[in-house]
Structure formats: structure tokens, C-alpha cells
Design a protein. Sequence first.
Length: 122
Amino acid sequence: MQIALLKQQITDMRRVVEEAKLEVRSKDEMSSAAIAARDAAERSLQMADERAMDLRDRVEELNKQLEEAFRIREFGGSTGIGGLFELCWPRWQSRGRSVSSSHNRGRGNSAAEMEQLLEPLV
């Protein structure tokens, strides 16, 4: 009788130990997933910080160019609005677009053209 009782206790203990192993394994997997998620979030924040820094630098550059354009205009420069845009946003010309050709078309800019113009900001 005592042998059967001891065998039953051993079986119960093995089951408890196996359940504990499964629980530990599950917690290990969860902690690994949490660490991976944290690492991904840190990389994402780093990328966002870099992008924000680039955009901040670009805004600063455009502000300087705009101030320079107004300074030139204020002190006798004959820079019209087309010249102002060409001074501040020279990338338009490198894309095969000039402000003067856009200006000559009138106000019929399509949504696709507007998205293309805003592309450096996105």
C-alpha cells in the first residue's frame, strides 16, 4: 500500500515539475518577445529622432534662405515671387520643374502635382 502511495506521489510531483518547466519556458518566451519589442521600439524612436533632426535642419535651411531672399529684396534686389521660390526651393528645378512654368499654367495644379511638390516635406 505504501509503495502505491509513494508511486502516486512521485507521479504527482513529476506532473507538477513538468507544469513548472512549461511555465518557465512560457515566461522565457514572453520575456524574449518583450525584449525584441523593446529593441524594435528603440530603433523606431531612433529613426524618428533622426528624421525629426533632418526635418529641423531642412526647416532651418529654408528659413535662412527665406531671410536671405527678403534681405536681398529689401535692399534693392528685384527678386519677384518666382525668383523667391527658385532661391528657396532650388530642388524644383533639379526635378525638371521650374516655378515659372508652373506659374504660367495658372491655377490648374492637379492633386498629383501638389503631392510631388510637397514630397520633400513628407
